[in-house]
Design a protein around this ligand. Structure first.
Ligand SMILES: Cc1cc2nc3c(=O)[nH]c(=O)nc-3n(C[C@H](O)[C@H](O)[C@H](O)COP(=O)(O)O)c2cc1C
Length: 646
């Protein structure tokens, strides 16, 4: 709002000056006023165009704010300009009486022209009203399958997933068919305000030293992990860029830590204050050494990192697609955490089952605004593994009742304004009647045969060049400008191999396709990567001009249209539906997995001097067509562009 006020200030001053002059009887003649306002209009046109060109060149999608605010001001000035000039324009357009078209005939045509004009205005207004009306409605209703049994709840939760995924898909006709289901309001601040609890300043980020490499996970090592997950690594254009990428640079992720055995940090529950690079204590450590809602942690646990998302940070831009983006962002961040934990001599395991509502209460969060999405347990290397997650049906873990006992819409039930974001968060949440041990059933390996049929393209053996992951993360940036130089097949092969290492962490539903657009020694088109065989299987060629189709499917973003290769990550519907923590939770796990794998693209490509950009904005149906995916079996969830830096 304050932006709007600043941008409108010169117009308001000009209006006030005209008012004062009129009041003093010194109002300049109309042509002079016309020139003044035309000059002002020109200035706004130049600034609006300049901002647009700057941001397009700078390739930062998130910061179009000033651009669109200037757009509104421009509209206002255009109206003033039209007010001054409409009469003149109409005069020029009006048919002039000539010998062949007597005045009477011209006058006779005027009502017809007027009727067309009124009709056109009516159609435009009607269309605008129709679209606007659709935009004002919440349409996701979760009525079917509500019951108290685990099966009923699971079926309802899966129904929410199906509806959410469909509802949050981008399609060219979507704007006419769908209405965003939430009132997102103004964007919240990028960082949480500092709390009142004791603060612990963390050591400045540094390279992990011998002590931590020897397996002592102390305050300095924890500081490294947190900074490389969510820390500020650059500032530009008023944005605090972070060590992990984030859709729209909106950084919805927040980190909390339950410290249990970290020398230099008192046992307790802490919030990571990103701009201050400090821990802010929320509470002392619970007496039983765990977090309510997280289940019993095994002996030897060092710390538990809880990751949440403040939905509105992303939602004010991404609306009903928000949940997809916050999960993708989180996956990227958690991969950095895992990699740095490994460097520090710790083992990092993602928990599959926890009770979001209880954890949110323990952290003092307002769950509708800030959802608990993931937890990573840090253990010493020799510590006991988490016990396996028992099958959902045999445990008290279950999805919460959707839509309340009566099956009302989730929005009506909770009174939230976040619509389907709230619905999908609840559907993919778990509730525990009593707390079983925190569960973990490692997902199976990547599917696919180890042998290579003759039609497949074998890939060259690939060694990772990630020697110093901390330095890579610290200097990581999304790159959107690529040269036309072809990508070496060895580089593509290495990135693919790294994507598949160390195997699925939360979900085995992820599938990796590559759209090769300019890779030396690899045919242009779509390929499926088979990790066990380290080979590419050609996919049915669904589109005629892959580069053009890719750019179009990627919402016409140059970053896709100019890339040498585009990774198209999809999730197998049957595989995520079979997740041991339930189908809806499986959907969340699969999305996070896509982010984990997406971050590995940044790291391996970064180590090879290549450019990468994650891309979550695409037309879902066109994305599926690019690789010949059948949406009945797989859903495309993520793109990553790769190319030689231009
Ligand atoms: C899940 C996800 C989706 C993204 N989608 C897009 C996208 O559609 N287009 C784009 O240009 N960048 C996209 N990005 C990249 C972000 O814009 C970028 O990470 C952010 O501006 C911060 O810049 P940095 O990565 O250089 O730190 C995405 C990033 C993530 C993690």
């Amino acid at each position: 709002m304050d932006k709007l006020l600043w941008v409108l200030l010169p117009i308001a001053l000009a209006g006030a000056a005209v008012g004062v002059l009129a009041w003093r009887g010194r109002l300049p003649p109309r042509p002079v006023l016309n020139v003044w306002f035309s000059l002002l209009l020109l200035l706004y046109v130049l600034i609006t165009a300049g901002l647009g060109i700057f941001w397009v060149a700078n390739q930062h999608l998130p910061v179009f704010d000033w651009h669109y605010v200037f757009g509104y001001a421009l509209l206002l000035l255009l109206l003033v300009h039209l007010g001054f000039n409409l009469r003149r324009v109409m005069f020029h357009l009006r048919p002039k009486p000539t010998a062949a078209t007597p005045a009477a005939a011209a006058t006779g045509r005027r009502p017809l022209l007027g009727a067309f004009g009124v009709l056109g205005l009516g159609v435009a207004a009607g269309l605008g009203y129709f679209i606007g009306l659709r935009h004002g409605r919440t349409e996701l209703r979760i009525e079917a399958g509500v019951g108290s049994g685990v099966g009923d709840r699971g079926a309802t939760a899966l129904a929410v997933v199906e509806q959410f995924h469909d509802f949050s898909a981008h399609t060219r006709s979507g704007v006419l068919r769908r209405a965003p289901g939430a009132d997102w309001g103004a964007p919240p601040p990028p960082f949480k305000p500092p709390g009142v609890g004791p603060r612990l300043a963390l050591p400045a980020a540094r390279k992990l030293q011998a002590a931590t490499a020897a397996g002592i996970v102390d305050a300095a090592a924890l500081a490294e992990m947190l900074w490389h997950t969510a820390g500020v690594s650059a500032r530009s254009g008023g944005i605090h860029f972070r060590t992990s990428p984030s859709s729209g640079a909106l950084f919805a992720t927040e980190l909390y830590v339950l410290t249990l055995d970290i020398p230099g940090v008192a046992a307790g529950l802490w919030h990571y204050d990103v701009p201050g690079h400090a821990l802010q204590q929320l509470a002392a450590a619970p007496a039983d050494g765990s977090l309510p809602g997280a289940g019993a942690l095994p002996p030897g646990s060092l710390a538990l990192v809880v990751a949440t998302a403040i939905f509105r940070r992303s939602g004010h831009k991404y609306r009903d697609r928000t949940y997809r983006y916050v999960l993708g962002d989180l996956g990227h961040a958690l991969e950095n955490l895992r990699v740095v934990a490994l460097q520090a001599g710790a083992r990092a395991t993602l928990l599959q089952a926890f009770d979001e509502a209880r954890v949110a209460t323990a952290l003092g969060l307002e769950e509708q605004e800030e959802g608990v999405l993931a937890m990573m347990l840090l253990q010493g290397r020799g510590a006991a593994l988490l016990p396996p997650l028992p099958a959902l049906a045999n445990t008290p873990w279950q999805p919460p009742l959707m839509g309340g006992a009566q099956g009302a819409t989730s929005e009506a039930r909770s009174g939230t304004t976040l619509g389907i974001t709230d619905a999908i968060h609840r559907a993919s949440s778990l509730r525990a009647a009593a707390l079983p041990p925190a569960g973990h059933t490692p997902p199976g390996p990547w599917p696919g045969p180890a042998s290579t049929p003759s039609s497949w393209q074998r890939l060259p053996p690939a060694d990772s060049r990630i020697i110093d992951p901390l330095a890579l993360i610290a200097s990581r940036r999304s790159v959107r400008r690529y040269s036309r130089e072809p990508l070496a097949l060895a580089d593509l092969a290495a990135v693919l191999a790294t994507m598949a290492r160390p195997g699925p962490l939360l979900s085995n539903a992820l599938r990796v396709d590559v759209l090769a657009l300019q890779v030396a020694g690899l045919g242009v088109g779509a390929w499926r990567y088979h990790a066990a065989a380290h080979a590419l299987e050609p996919r049915a060629q669904a589109v005629a001009d892959p580069r053009r189709s890719a750019r179009a499917a990627g919402l016409d973003q140059d970053v896709i249209g100019d890339a040498a290769a585009v990774f198209v990550l999809a999730i197998d519907r049957a595989a995520f539906a079979a997740d041991p923590a339930g189908a809806a939770r499986g959907y969340r796990h699969a999305f996070i997995e896509s982010g984990l794998v997406g971050e590995r693209v940044y790291l391996e490509a970064g180590a090879r001097g290549l450019g990468v950009c994650a891309v979550g904005a695409f037309y879902d149906d066109e994305a599926a067509a690019l690789t010949g995916n059948d949406p009945a079996r797989e859903w495309v969830v993520h793109f990553a562009a790769l190319g030689v830096i231009g």
